[in-house]
Write a protein that binds this ligand. Sequence first.
Ligand code: PLP
Length: 377
Amino acid sequence: MFKILARANDLESQGKSILHFELGDPDFPTPGNIVEAACKSLQDGETHYVDSFGLLDLRKAAAESMAKGVRGFSPDLNQVLVTPGGNSQLFYAMACTTNPGEEVIVPDPGFVSYYSIADFFGINAVRVPLYEKNEFRLNPRDVEKAITDKTRMIVINSPSNPTGSIMKEEEIRGIYELAKEHDLFLLSDEVYRRTVYRDADTDFFSPSGLDKCKDRTIVVNAFSKSYAMTGWRIGTLTAPADLTEKMNLLLETNLSCVPPFIQRAGIEALEGSQEPSNQMREELRRRRDTIVDGLNSLPNVSCVKPRGAFYAFPNITETEMSSREFADFMLAEAGVSLAPGPIFGRHGEGFVRFSYATSIENIKEGIQRMDLALRKR
Ligand code: PLP
């Protein structure tokens, strides 16, 4: 992804106008109250080591927000670990649940780190395809077929990167039952939890309430996307206490702790007004509508309506270009930078991903330019 960005930036530095749709980074500033909380903490001298598990106040705030929200239960504080963002949680979770040579079931197309972290540990990432005809929702029957005696964990991601799909409650319950029957961990990557649009035909559902994260469910949760805090590197993970303890040992060994002033910002994000985050979601919904309508108006392109996150994943097979050819063509001919679907797994071929965390003006201009390029071709 960063290679694509570098290529686009290179063209930009040569004077070409490039519209960026490649990175999943909200273009909103971090809300002011969150920034102020960090500044105050620094001024108060919170510049030293703290408990590697995280500040008690942040772990309490995270537990309370789980109790108040849709997850509907309050985990014990020894189940909650403060980490630098969501990626580190995926890394710790794979490291502490699965040995080299064993298997983790992941959605394909799915977030790239699932594959790369598994690869790094010599874990086999068993890919279960997501189908456009099923609006890219993971199907429990497909998951069941992928389970072997080497499987240790199933990963679900709703709302999903790169497709924006939201799984239905019965699908998540079905996968939870499979995990229970085969005694597997179930990792629920919920970093887009707050970006669920009101017109989604299905509510967000988390498997965490089913076992209160006591037996097998691991909730990956970060502040990056919900509060426009991608550069802050902070998140809270919830898992069975013995697993959280192991992950904490790993975190302590390689990081010591998450900086306390960053954690104060996290507390403010959870306890302060949710209005800025709600407004971001509303703005993203407007952008979603603009980009999906625009993509569906392009010749030979069709796009399923994403229900959450901030990605559109149109089908481009009828253009008779591969995903990479389409991305290269759009960069060269329209100055539109986007991600080819196979970056997110081999089942992403025939699709490309647009991150619409950019202005409505950019979206409209991008659609116009792509329309022109496709019609001239
Ligand atoms: N999980 C998913 C599905 C993501 O899309 C991302 C980031 O793009 C992450 C986890 C990582 O989040 P963070 O930036 O907090 O490390």
